[in-house]
Design a protein around this ligand. Structure first.
Ligand SMILES: Nc1ncnc2c1ncn2[C@@H]1O[C@H](COP(=O)(O)OP(=O)(O)OP(=O)(O)O)[C@@H](O)[C@H]1O
Length: 273
């Protein structure tokens, strides 16, 4: 059974429609189709890459997976749990490292990780917290206040937060954007170790050399649609080119016809929330 199952997933964002426009009786513009009939399955223990240019729909897909955004249609499950109807179980199976640096400035690193453990009902988690801190090069920052950390250190804490409950599926949304070589190495060593221990990893990144080195399989999104889905090496060979980056460029340039990303006529804003 796949650990992540995505079946015919579509997401249309409602258009911005002001009260003034409403009162004037204006017709809402069609919504934006961020995901269009996406289907894919990720098997246990895979290191899977979700690739695509800016605005392709990667973060939207992760938001649906995390239960933060409601799908317009389709079904998504994690470890067999439906992300909408069995939200708590599905969320517990996921460790999500978000793209944006979100943190509480009032707590130390250790307090932040203890609180995160508490959200998952884990009260005596310090041994694992210490192991994560050491593995991410954060041991000497455990008692430092979050607001006193550099951007790269904050990102390490985000990774640590995602792992406190030992989730079977780890989702990393552009985790190395703007971080130094040291963090990249530390992060990948740790994530590869977790993957070897059986954790499934879903990674989105614009660093295609990282994706090529790490991901056994990749899916490429363009305009919300899956335009390629294959084992990384097989895809590079089939498309031609020296590496995944060249294959990516060829696939993105070669695909046409996905330009109309607007919702079909007749889709009302209210249906799209
Ligand atoms: N809350 C929202 N409301 C309306 N439109 C949105 C919302 N979130 C994302 N979008 C739009 O949906 C499309 C897909 O965005 P998304 O963030 O999923 O892309 P992405 O592949 O993660 O891009 P990036 O690589 O830049 O992070 C974009 O056109 C974006 O502007």
């Amino acid at each position: 059974m796949p650990v992540v199952s995505i079946e015919h997933l579509s997401k249309v964002y409602a258009p911005q429609f002001s009260w003034r426009q409403r009162l004037r009786g204006a017709t809402p513009a069609p919504g934006l189709r961020a995901l269009d009939d996406v289907s894919l399955a990720i098997e246990p223990g895979e290191f899977f890459g979700l690739l695509g240019p800016n605005g392709a729909g990667k973060t939207t897909l992760i938001s649906v997976l995390a239960g933060l955004t409601r799908a317009t249609s389709g079904r998504v499950s994690v470890c067999g749990y439906d992300v909408q109807t069995q939200y708590a179980q599905a969320r517990r199976a996921l460790g999500i490292v978000p793209q944006e640096l979100v943190f509480d400035p009032f707590f130390t690193v250790r307090e932040t990780l203890r609180f995160q453990s508490g959200y998952f009902g884990l009260r005596h988690n310090d041994d694992w917290i210490d192991e994560i801190l050491a593995s991410l090069g954060l041991a000497d920052k455990a008692d430092t206040n979050m607001r006193a950390l550099s951007g790269g250190m904050k990102r390490r804490v985000l990774v640590a937060q995602a792992l406190v409950h030992r989730p079977p599926v780890i989702v990393l949304d552009e985790p190395t954007a703007g971080v130094d070589v040291d963090l990249r190495r530390t992060l990948w060593e740790f994530i590869v170790k977790l993957n070897e221990q059986g954790h499934t990893v879903l990674l989105t990144t614009h660093y295609l050399e990282e994706a090529e080195a790490l991901c056994e399989r990749v899916a490429m999104l363009k305009g919300g649609r899956v335009v390629a889905l294959d084992r990384t090496a097989a895809l590079v060979e089939r498309v031609g080119g020296a590496d995944l980056e060249e294959a990516f460029v060829r696939i993105m340039r070669g695909e046409n016809g996905w330009d109309d990303r607007r919702a079909p006529a007749g889709v009302e804003a209210e249906e799209l929330a």
